[in-house]
Design a protein around this ligand. Structure first.
Ligand SMILES: *Cc1c(COP(=O)(O)O)cnc(C)c1O
Length: 423
């Protein structure tokens, strides 16, 4: 459910007409609904409550939408943060997320990033290899602190999602193989500066079935028991993120948070651990749209080409993952047509939709790419020397720019000239 609806024939974000935002900020621009973010946070929290020991630890996967205003809305919902870089860590802290609710994931944490995270006293490092455990042990020992850690385990489960967002097969780069976990914990348990408190798993993103998650969690439950038997004090099971959201209304809806929560409660019953979650897309995807203006419509051999002022640099998912985003007219005329929707970037991959049956639009009309709040603005680049996309947050009848449009002068001034070229 989201808060983007037609009112008097005009698409609104909560009580604000998207036309008004386009008028004031220009296009393309991402628009987020605070009420939708809060609703998703609440629905998820309620869905998983009662799983594990005490209250679940819910850490928003910052990479899905790192805007500080968005993070601060989630801080207000009691969420922690799952970060994968120093930049994300700094953003989460700046947004008011308490350090002890922060989990640091990722295969390539550097010693500097570890130092920063330890200085803040984050809640958990999810280690993805033994050399990483050795590095963290050395850094923590040098700082004379203890790092709270879990190993991210690769359960060798096929998530049944797009190959580029599948992370839990043995051939993926993530985690340590589950059949080597017992030995890896034994070695890490002997390393100074590490406190082994948990086990973590995350098998992929945009999952549309619960079975692969259940298969992975079941393996984690067995591992928790084996680790306990081996004398490790495991108190946290981090079950990752990955639950999918509806993009295409013609496809079956993914499992609901309530169904997911019920499955987690059933599978984790008896584990006697605190359960952690790292949802990203589920919380923010439907809370954002990319608002764009049609530059022109050009004839095509099969269908007309709708050329939007948004491009693959603003919303990469269609070209990166073959992702499908619903495209709506902001003031639909009631007519429909079949068109190809593309951006101005000089790449054939700069294609949002081919042979799409959609609201008929013409030059200067506003369109909205729906379900763009996750992995949208955060993946934007300046390819083709296009400025980074601005972002707006709406709450009721209020709205504010939460990232300003980057002036082209600033984009170009970021380059510097070597002295031999007259710099
Ligand atoms: C990306 C990621 C997530 C979030 O995935 P979603 O599909 O957005 O829920 C959670 N945990 C880890 C380790 C990730 O890399």
């Amino acid at each position: 459910m989201d808060h983007f609806d037609l009112r008097s024939g005009r698409l609104h974000a909560e009580d604000v007409a998207l036309e008004a935002i386009a008028e004031a900020v220009g296009t393309p621009v991402y628009v987020y609904s605070q009420a939708t973010i809060e609703r998703h946070a609440r629905v998820f929290r309620e869905a998983v409550s009662g799983a594990g020991r005490g209250e679940p630890w819910i850490s928003f996967a910052v990479k899905a939408n790192p805007n500080r205003a968005v993070l601060s809305v989630l801080a207000g919902q009691g969420f922690g943060a799952d970060v994968v870089s120093a930049g994300e860590l700094i953003r989460a802290i700046a947004a008011g997320i308490p350090a002890d609710k922060i989990i640091f994931s990722g295969v390539g944490k550097t010693a500097d990033e570890m130092r920063l995270a330890l200085a803040h006293g984050i809640g958990q490092f999810n280690l993805e290899s033994e050399p990483e455990a050795e590095m963290l042990s050395a850094v923590a020992s040098e700082l004379e602190v203890e790092a709270r850690v879990a190993y991210r385990v690769n359960p060798d489960v096929d998530a049944g999602t797009h190959a580029k967002i599948s992370t839990g097969k043995s051939e993926n780069k993530f985690g340590i193989p589950i059949d080597t976990a017992l030995a890896a914990y034994a070695r890490a348990g002997a390393m100074p500066g590490l406190k082994l408190q948990g086990v973590a798993v995350h098998i992929g993103s945009q999952l549309t079935a619960l079975e692969p998650l259940e298969a992975a969690f079941t393996k984690i439950g067995a591992l928790v028991r084996e680790l306990r038997a081996a004398g490790h004090d495991i108190t946290i099971a981090d079950l990752g993120g990955g639950l999918g959201v509806p993009y295409d209304p013609a496809l079956p809806v993914p499992p609901s948070p309530a169904d997911y929560g019920a499955m987690v409660r059933r599978v984790t019953a008896g584990w006697d651990v605190r359960v952690a979650f790292e949802p990203g897309r589920l919380i923010v995807a439907n809370a954002g749209v990319l608002l764009s203006r049609v530059i022109r419509v050009k004839d095509g051999v099969t269908h007309p080409w709708v050329i939007a002022d948004a491009a693959m640099n603003d919303l990469l998912r269609p070209s990166l993952y073959d992702a499908w985003h619903e495209i709506r007219a902001v003031t639909p005329s009631g007519h429909r047509f079949t068109a190809n929707v593309v951006g101005p970037v000089c790449e054939t991959g700069d294609t949002f939709a081919i042979a799409r049956e959609m609201d008929a639009v013409a030059a200067n009309d506003l369109i909205a790419f729906m379900t763009a709040g996750a992995y949208g603005a955060t993946m934007a680049s300046t390819y083709n020397s296009r400025a980074l996309t601005p972002e707006v947050l709406v709450s009721g009848d209020r709205w504010a720019v939460v990232r300003a449009r980057q002036p082209l002068e600033a984009l170009i001034a970021a380059d510097s000239m070597p002295d031999w070229l007259g710099g």
